[in-house]
Design a protein around this ligand. Structure first.
Ligand code: IMP
Length: 206
């Protein structure tokens, strides 16, 4: 039976990635109608899973009878005790750090400042992603994905977004910003979480 997942995200890159990955499973991916007009929820949970679930249950109330997918993701740096974590998008802004135009540029510069003088082998980090599906305000299921890497001392590459130019993948000897979209989907936290979510969903709907 063909089913549709409605994604509560305005990010066209995420929608495209989800759509391509779901296509071969007879699963449609569409943006949640009217999302831009909906007041967003607070997103103040201490974990990625908490935020993803909160968003999915909240947005699912706006489309009764349908399954709504939300995600939450971010970067955890070990020597910073897991920061920026759930505050990844607002890392520099939280600290009042603003030397560049964009949030991504400020976040990257602030991260480099926080890691100044830290040796390579102490710069381990991971991307985390949790995807949650809800229907009519009820949590249905969630899936998680992780990508392990290291934070470089200088950016490399121009692909991707966010912290990607600083996030080095030792197995590929590349940063997330130096690999093509297909490879990124294979190794990324979001790609892994989505494949796990698909497996759970296909089991549920048969
Ligand atoms: P969101 O959950 O997609 O809004 O991501 C939260 C923040 O985490 C983003 O603004 C980025 O700073 C960071 N982040 C999450 N996933 C990625 C990624 O795949 N690449 C780069 N940065 C990411």
């Amino acid at each position: 039976m063909a089913r549709t997942l409605y994604v509560a995200s305005t990010n066209p890159g995420k929608l495209r990635d989800f759509r391509l990955a779901a296509a071969s499973h007879d699963l449609g991916i569409l943006p949640l109608p009217g999302l831009r007009a909906i007041e967003p929820p607070a997103e103040d949970e201490p974990t990625f899973a908490g935020n993803a679930r909160e968003k999915a249950t909240y947005y699912s109330r706006f489309l009764p009878g349908e399954m709504v997918l939300s995600d939450d993701s971010g970067l955890e740096v070990d020597i910073l005790d897991g920061a920026p974590g759930v505050r990844s998008a607002r890392y520099a802004a939280d600290a009042g750090f603003r030397v560049a135009e964009t949030a991504d540029a400020n976040n990257n510069l602030f991260l480099l400042q926080e890691l100044a003088g830290v040796d390579d082998h102490q710069r381990s980090a991971r991307y985390q992603c949790v995807l949650a599906v809800a229907q009519e305000g009820k949590d249905l299921f969630a899936a998680q994905g992780t990508a392990e890497g290291r934070i470089l001392a200088e950016p490399r590459g121009s692909g991707g977004f966010g912290y990607d130019p600083l996030f080095y993948l030792p197995a590929l000897d590349r940063t997330m910003a130096e690999i093509d979209d297909q490879t990124r989907w294979t190794v990324s936290h979001r790609g892994k979480a989505f494949r796990a979510l698909l497996a759970a969903l296909l089991t549920m709907i048969g």
